[in-house]
Design a protein around this ligand. Structure first.
Ligand code: A3P
Length: 320
């Protein structure tokens, strides 16, 4: 039986919740399908506990590196890249690299989806510095300790049409939707999508990065795809561990780029047949291309999304 007033979610200071009260709080939120609305964003209900607990308990260190993304923009890829860049001195032999036998989501854990999505508060003090974590939370909902720290944030976003098409395939594959393609599209356009509205998610980091370019690096899937080595260099510089000229001469940037590429990662046994947190790793690798939306969206759908994003991003400097 609920121990909470039904209007609780509107008045409550979530920080006062005990883990036993999370369930009641979450049930009091507006829902649709698999999603619950919390502070202006739609979260998969099954990860709401992680969202609340992370916001309440995570203590950022100045040396932390947080990789933030909306879903389906290439999170898996960027996890591989950041892990490989940061740990390159420990894994000079690429034939024995951890990415060969571990899915990137094991090497770079999600704070909201995994580490905090349980009753116990995780002990993250044992992680070696710099700690590398990821999450899908929008900037506005990050814990105060993150906003007040000097930790670095790498954010990735992607053309909304490809993001939507990728999301649709993924949700279907893992059984997290009962809606049709058209219904999912309509909801996406209304802002009702995992960790959406998508535009608000992107804008939350983009706007912040304009003021805090030393702390927040925003990357676009398409530019990473087009010029991976240029952006790998940019990422390493941003993280404070630029590639030396010796590393460049030895071809290390190209090696990391190849190691993390769709073709390479998707063909590894661990990513073809393994599972991570009960999810088949192969569901994270579909086509990995730019512009696949043309095969799925009608001209009317395409125009509708163009118009929405043109309006939402007007005057922000964001372009796709
Ligand atoms: P598609 O569905 O368009 O193929 P996320 O990791 O955030 O869940 O994003 C998944 C999307 O990134 C999928 O897009 C997937 O195929 C693509 N992807 C996965 N690994 C990639 C890689 N190494 N390089 C480029 N794209 C990759």
């Amino acid at each position: 039986m609920s121990t909470l007033d039904p209007s609780f979610s509107q008045h409550l200071q979530e920080d006062e919740l005990t883990p036993d009260q999370y369930g009641d709080f979450i049930s009091s939120l507006p829902t649709t399908g698999f999603l619950s609305q919390y502070r202006g964003f739609w979260f998969p209900t099954k990860f709401m506990q992680g969202v609340l607990s992370l916001r309440k308990h995570f203590q950022a260190h100045d040396t932390d590196i947080l990789m933030m993304t909306p879903p389906k923009v290439g999170t898996t890829w960027l996890k591989a890249i950041l892990f490989a860049i940061l740990n390159r001195k420990h894994h000079l032999d690429l034939q024995k690299h951890p990415l060969l036998t571990n899915n990137p989501h094991i090497l770079v854990p999600y704070l909201d989806l995994h580490l905090y999505n349980k009753k116990e508060v995780p002990d993250l003090t044992t992680y070696p510095s710099p700690r590398l974590f990821s999450a899908h939370l929008p900037y506005t909902l990050l814990p105060t300790s993150v906003k007040n720290s000097k930790c670095k944030i790498v954010y990735l976003y992607r053309n909304p049409k490809d993001t939507f098409v990728s999301l649709w395939h993924f949700l279907e594959k893992i059984g997290m939707t009962t809606d049709s393609f058209e219904e999912t599209f309509d909801k996406f356009c209304q802002g009702v999508s995992n960790f959406g509205p998508y535009w608000d998610h992107v804008l939350s980091y983009w706007n912040e990065s304009l003021e805090k370019s030393q702390r927040i690096l925003c990357l676009r899937y398409e530019e990473l795809k087009e010029q991976p080595t240029t952006h790998l260099k940019r990422i390493a510089e941003f993280l404070g561990c630029p590639f030396s000229s010796e590393e460049e001469t030895k071809g290390m940037i190209n090696d990391i780029s190849r190691l993390c590429s769709f073709d390479y990662l998707s063909k590894l046994e661990v990513n073809k047949s393994g599972t991570t947190h009960n999810m088949k790793n192969e569901s994270l690798f579909r086509r990995g291309e730019v512009g696949d939306w043309v095969n799925y969206l009608t001209p009317q759908m395409s125009e509708k999304l163009d118009n929405i994003f043109k309006e939402k991003f007007h005057g922000t400097g964001l372009k796709f």
